[in-house]
Design a protein around this ligand. Structure first.
Ligand code: GDP
Ligand code: IMO
Ligand code: MG
Length: 432
């Protein structure tokens, strides 16, 4: 009864989608347990004739692309229903069967006023903004904690739905009109939009915690796929420059209803360098031509918002922190191919924080903002490694680089990505 968790070990976009897709054919369920359509996962699948199909997924679990695997949207997710059906229709139009999708009755719904509030709050914050994706994620999770949220199950009881929307708008309209100078939102407008999805949604909705409990009893394999990443986690990330959900392995339990005692493995996805989208501290960030070269070679432009990603060198204390917080049993090191062509590759091994050498994540926000990377330099390689399928196929200096990262990062590196395609993968230790 394996329950395996996949988490991002940095600031997101590590290649979680590819890793989930890679295991998709061997697992019975793939569960998205946090976040919403702030996520963007690009999955590239090669057709038998050699051409490639590229899929960009936001709300749907990446397992949707694997026939036979049941994709589940867990209770910890916030669901934008218009995006859900747009994504389903888009995949169906490309011949992907989405009929197995199951959605938790307890997942929260992103109402239109929360998309508006996300955007106006960011504008209001000015230079203090977070750089959110503008999808309404933060305000929807705030409503959940504030007990003002609308859940999927509310759509099946119009009276309850109306009462909840009325309750939420009593407060929201004050904020929209008096703080942000926007027009008030009509209860009917919101209720009507949400009800328009009810019939299409009905057959997908289930008690997903019970479903997964039964699946594990039947010895099925469940893969729990995080959106975002450790450093964007609301508790363990670089707060306040984080997302509003629990993106670490513990979140897989609250966000799915699977207890911690069921989790058998935690896979941390880590890029061979580092990227970040939005605001917030990033010690190894590069502002020079190396940064631009990483961005261009790695196609580091957001899948969700198209924003150029901030790029920098590998940060070992961050990876070590992710290993500790998540209990990472295996790392998947992605995008090693992007580092091809550098004479030497710096790796941040510790920080200089106000003149003091610090080996681990600084305790305070101020400490992390002041952290300057202390680099160790590794020999680069110039050979094209995108065709490597065994560790021994890698040039010696690439092998040394991977072994050094493994040694510094607190867990073994079990898989290495050398390209975006499913097959462009070196498996050192099997992940299941
Ligand atoms: P996610 O949000 O963690 O799923 O990651 P994204 O999909 O946002 O970003 C990762 C990008 O890198 C995608 O475009 C992937 O197709 C691509 N990718 C994943 N693994 C590799 C790899 O090993 N090498 C290269 N070159 N690209 C990769
Ligand atoms: P995946 O799953 C990278 C960032 C945003 C912003 C902050 C808060 O593709 O790795 P939000 O809209 O969530 O309130 O924004 O979090 N962010 C991501 N960055 N990858 C993601 O998802 C992200 N999801 C949110 O850029 O800085
Ligand atoms: Mg992404």
């Amino acid at each position: 009864m394996p329950a395996v968790v996949i988490v991002g070990a940095q600031w997101g976009d590590e290649g979680k989608g590819k890793a989930t897709d890679l295991l998709g054919s061997r697992v019975d369920y793939v569960v998205k347990f946090n976040g919403g359509n702030n996520a963007g996962h690009t999955v590239v699948i090669r057709n038998p004739d050699g051409t490639a199909e590229t899929y960009a997924l936001h709300l749907l679990p990446s397992g949707i692309l694997s026939p036979g695997c049941v994709p589940v949207i867990g209770n910890g997710v916030v669901v934008d229903l218009s995006v859900l059906f747009e994504e389903i229709d888009g995949l169906e139009a490309r011949g992907i069967d989405t009929s197995r999708l199951v959605v938790s009755a307890n997942a929260h719904v992103i109402a239109d006023y929360n998309r508006t509030l996300d955007k106006v709050t960011e504008r209001f914050l000015g230079s203090r903004k977070i750089g959110t994706t503008g999808r309404g994620i933060g305000p929807t999770y705030a409503d959940k904690m504030n007990r003002l949220g609308i859940r999927i199950q509310d759509l099946f009881d119009e009276k309850i739905l109306r009462a909840k929307v009325e309750g939420a708008l009593e407060l929201k309209n004050q904020i929209l009109t008096k703080v942000y100078n926007r027009r008030a939102v009509e209860v009917d407008e919101i209720v009507e939009e949400l009800l328009s999805y009810t019939e299409r949604l009905r057959p997908m909705v289930a008690d997903t915690s019970l479903l997964l409990h039964d699946a594990l009893r039947e010895d099925k394999t469940v893969l729990l796929e995080a959106g975002q990443a450790t450093l964007l986690d609301v508790d363990h990330g670089t707060y306040p420059f984080v997302t509003s959900s629990s993106a670490t392995s513990a979140g897989a339990c609250t966000g799915s209803g699977i207890p911690p005692t069921e989790i058998t493995r935690v896979i941390g996805i880590v890029k061979a360098y580092a990227t970040r989208v939005g605001e917030g501290p990033f010690p190894t960030e590069l502002f020079d031509e190396d940064g631009e070269r990483l961005r261009v070679n790695g196609h580091e432009f957001g899948t969700t918002t198209g924003r150029p990603r901030r790029c920098g060198w590998y940060d070992a204390p961050v990876a070590r922190y992710a290993a500790r917080i998540n209990g990472v049993t295996d790392f998947v090191l992605t995008k090693l191919d992007v580092l091809t062509g550098w004479d030497r590759i710096p790796v941040c091994v510790a920080y200089d924080v106000d003149g003091e050498r610090v080996e681990e994540m600084p305790t305070t926000q101020t400490g992390f903002h002041h952290a300057k990377p202390i680099y160790e330099y590794f020999e680069g390689w110039s050979e094209d490694i995108s065709g490597a399928r065994e560790f021994a196929d890698l040039p010696k200096s690439a092998q040394t680089y991977v072994e050094a990262l493994e040694q510094m990062s607190g867990s073994r590196i079990s898989t290495i990505g050398v390209g975006p395609g499913r097959e462009q993968t070196i498996v050192v230790h099997d992940l299941l």
